[in-house]
Design a protein around this ligand. Structure first.
Ligand code: URA
Length: 313
């Protein structure tokens, strides 16, 4: 009998899980169930002395008059802490700068990065590990996210469509690309799942671990170039420099002065944001406002014409 009852309970549970809310039960079955349940009930505990019945609060005569059942409170959700992601990279490199002048130190750093086995392991055949580019005497250093398709082929940051726009932005500031320094948080193009023999399509932002790995190389470039001002372009660069998860949206930190490696740091949007529809002057002006702040701080001359760029909608 007990086995039959267990089987019945299991079946009812299964139906409930399947979304069945009611089942038809014959009178005979109900009577049978009553008998089984009664047979299972333990002997009733001795009844304690009855509490005196208050005349003011008569016991409810019917079920309907009884105190309403407590509202259903769902059990508190069980918070299962996320396991920390398994490290997939070795600890970040410890970079010791070579002796010599700026150019010699930079050349030595380029050698170091190109021979870094971890960087090399993440670069496909015929593709390059990418360091920075520009003047080692630059007063302004731009920091982007990671090489893309064009950059890993040429081994130079910001040479694709976003790079061409960055070059125009630099020129709008009255500077030549070769007069500033341009680097990235990452030294390789973050890989995406790609069928064998096919070229990677699209880019993904680097993980925190990837950024952490490459950051010593960016710090080394900052130490060598020793710019007056850093400009982070885009959310990933800003995360890398301000700290992963340190802000919610880029709008919260852009257009403001921050600090990294003892240098004033301006944060602005990535040029690829300006290439994404809608391509309008309102977006361009936001970035231009940030670059005007950089120009002011760098004591670059600013004409009235420059002040008025992208003001028309
Ligand atoms: N975007 C970046 O952030 N860096 C590059 O080098 C190219 C595109």
């Amino acid at each position: 009998m007990r086995t039959a009852l267990n089987a019945l309970t299991d079946e009812l549970r299964r139906l409930k899980t399947a979304g069945v809310r009611t089942v038809a039960v014959s009178d005979e079955s109900v009577a049978l169930l009553r008998r089984v349940i009664a047979a299972r009930k333990p002997a009733p505990a001795p009844v304690a002395a009855a509490a005196p019945v208050s005349r003011l609060e008569p016991a409810p005569a019917t079920f309907a008059e009884a105190a309403p059942p407590k509202p259903y409170a769902p059990p508190a959700p069980v918070v299962v802490p996320k396991p920390a992601p398994k490290p997939t990279l070795p600890p970040p490199p410890v970079v010791t700068l070579a002796a010599g002048d700026k150019q010699a130190r930079w050349n030595a750093l380029l050698e170091l990065v190109r021979n870094d086995t971890t960087c090399r392991a993440h670069v496909g055949p015929g593709k390059k590990v990418v360091l920075g580019v520009g003047s080692v005497d630059a007063k302004i250093m731009f920091v982007g996210e990671a090489p893309g398709a064009e950059e890993e082929i040429q081994g130079e940051p910001f040479v694709g469509p976003a790079g061409q726009l960055l070059t125009k932005m630099i020129q709008a500031m009255g500077l030549k690309r070769a007069e500033v320094y341009i680097g990235n948080i990452m030294n390789w193009r973050p890989e995406m799942p790609t069928p064998p023999g096919m070229a990677q399509v699209g880019n993904r932002p680097p993980t925190e671990e990837e950024m952490r790995y490459c950051l010593p190389y960016l710090r080394a470039q900052i130490e060598i170039v020793n710019p007056d001002i850093l400009v982070a372009v885009g959310g990933t660069a800003a995360q890398g420099l301000l700290g992963f998860g340190s802000f919610r949206v880029l709008g919260d930190v852009r257009g403001k002065w921050h600090e990294f490696a003892g240098k004033p740091l301006m944060v602005t949007y990535h040029p690829s944001y300006l290439l994404r529809p809608p391509v309008d002057n309102r977006k361009k002006r936001l970035v231009w406002d940030d670059l005007l702040k950089v120009m002011e701080r760098a004591a670059l001359p600013i004409s009235d014409k420059q002040r008025g760029y992208f003001l028309d909608k």
